[in-house]
Design a protein around this ligand. Structure first.
Ligand SMILES: Cc1cc2nc3c(=O)[nH]c(=O)nc-3n(C[C@H](O)[C@H](O)[C@H](O)COP(=O)(O)O)c2cc1C
Length: 405
């Protein structure tokens, strides 16, 4: 039980603000102390007295109101908390957190907090899928903020879709996981990300359009679940999640060597990098001059190391996850690859679709398990794909024998 832990419960101006009382009770049942913090808008939906009575603590609303015990500064509150949960979290507060705006008690506490942060969004489904909201959620997730995704269903505004606040018990369970060490606590996950660069000469290279965002999202999610994470990355455009160990590489050979060197530590390996299949066979030691190359320059390519196949041969009891980026996704072909390369899970992604795959924040994927089902995840944020993939990995971990890394 969570006795001794203080959770700051932020409540914002959503129609589902009344459910924060249930969230508070669910957390108390797990033994946590709760410090409620409400935005001024939230206080229009739910009287602070409700949360005050339940939490037996002054609800913090206005940091300039000296009649409250709110000579309490936001810094002192932030320091005392072991976790900050915002449930429900409006589109507005998510945007403010992403932008670093600090114009009320809750947003100041968020910026001053050094503890884990969990957000449970609730809003109209159109607001939830709006590119601005997707973008802000993506930014926060890559900074290590943990999201409890809203549920699908009939919304108060009359719309059907994703946006309803997650079940209070599910929110409390996620907070407990984070506080008690996380579901991957004690596990080591190695993830590769980004493209590789294969030199033609010292200034030119052959590469691909991978941004690295999928692998970085997996690293952030695994870290948020308590895993020790080793991220081996080619030149990527993504932001490094807090608490993740980064090893930078350039070529497929360097990536292969780094993966093999760190393999003994890892229990889970996720190969999300877009490693070159072919590389120039004879990279020139000096820059090839335009004048000396003539009208045409012929490049001979040779196969680059197949890291996934090599891992498949030596993985032992480890869980191996491969990615297959295709412009015409073929589930049967991906399943054959899963078997051939001795993977446990294969993620097939469609990189031809507009707004998905390389360079995008979103992905449409099929996750297929060896000896199990294939699940289609329609277009969604890479951070959400990462969370679903980690759920698959955890399910697999619980059904296989654990190895000591
Ligand atoms: C009746 C009503 C219901 C609302 N429900 C939501 C909601 O569920 N989610 C949301 O993001 N905004 C919702 N809003 C809009 C927010 O209240 C508005 O953006 C407000 O500025 C949020 O302030 P806060 O984030 O500081 O609490 C609602 C507004 C009204 C009037």
């Amino acid at each position: 039980m969570g006795t001794g832990h203080l959770i700051g419960l932020g409540v914002t101006g959503s129609i589902s603000a009344y459910k924060s009382a249930e969230v508070l009770r669910a957390l108390q049942k797990r033994g946590y102390e709760i410090q409620p913090i409400m935005t001024a808008e939230a206080a229009k939906f739910l009287g602070p007295i409700t949360l005050q009575a339940l939490a037996r603590r002054t609800v913090l609303v206005d940091q300039f109101d000296l009649s409250e015990e709110s000579s309490i500064s936001h810094v002192r509150v932030a320091d005392a908390m072991h976790l900050l949960l915002v449930a429900p979290a409006t589109a507005n507060v998510i945007a403010k957190f992403a932008a670093g705006i600090a114009d009320d008690f809750l947003t100041c506490i968020y910026l001053a907090a050094r503890c884990p942060v969990v957000l449970a969004p609730a809003m109209n489904s159109n607001m939830y899928v709006h590119p601005a909201t997707r973008y802000n959620i993506g930014i926060l997730a890559t900074r290590g903020v943990i999201f409890v995704d809203p549920e699908e269903g009939y919304l108060a505004c009359g719309w059907e879709g994703a946006g309803r606040l997650a079940d209070p018990d599910r929110i409390a369970a996620r907070c407990a996981e984070v506080l008690e060490g996380g579901s991957l606590c004690g596990r080591c996950l190695l993830v590769t990300a980004g493209p590789t660069r294969e030199p033609i000469d010292p200034v030119r290279y052959v590469s691909n359009r991978s941004s690295g965002r999928m692998g970085y999202a997996i690293a952030a999610e695994a870290r948020a679940r308590g895993a020790r994470v080793i991220l081996i990355s080619g030149p990527a455009e993504a932001e490094l999640p807090a608490g993740v160990e980064l090893l930078k590489v350039e070529t497929a050979q360097e990536m292969r060597d780094a993966v093999m060197a760190r393999l003994p530590e890892a229990e889970i390996i996720v190969k999300a990098a877009a490693v070159a299949d072919f590389r120039p066979a004879h990279p020139a030691p000096r820059k090839i001059k335009k004048s000396s190359a003539g009208a045409e320059l012929q490049l001979t390519l040779e196969p680059a190391p197949d890291i996934l196949a090599e891992l498949g041969g030596c993985k032992g009891e480890r869980i191996l996850v491969g990615f297959s980026a295709e412009t015409s996704p073929d589930i049967e072909e991906a399943r054959r690859k899963l078997e051939q390369k001795n993977c446990d899970i294969m993620v097939l992604n469609d990189v031809s679709r507009d707004g998905a795959g390389f360079g995008s924040d979103q992905n449409e994927v099929w996750i297929m398990e060896r000896g199990g089902e294939t699940v289609h995840l329609p277009l969604q944020l890479k951070t959400q794909v990462a969370a679903r993939l980690l759920d698959f990995i955890e399910k697999r971990l619980s059904s296989t024998r654990s190895v000591s890394p």
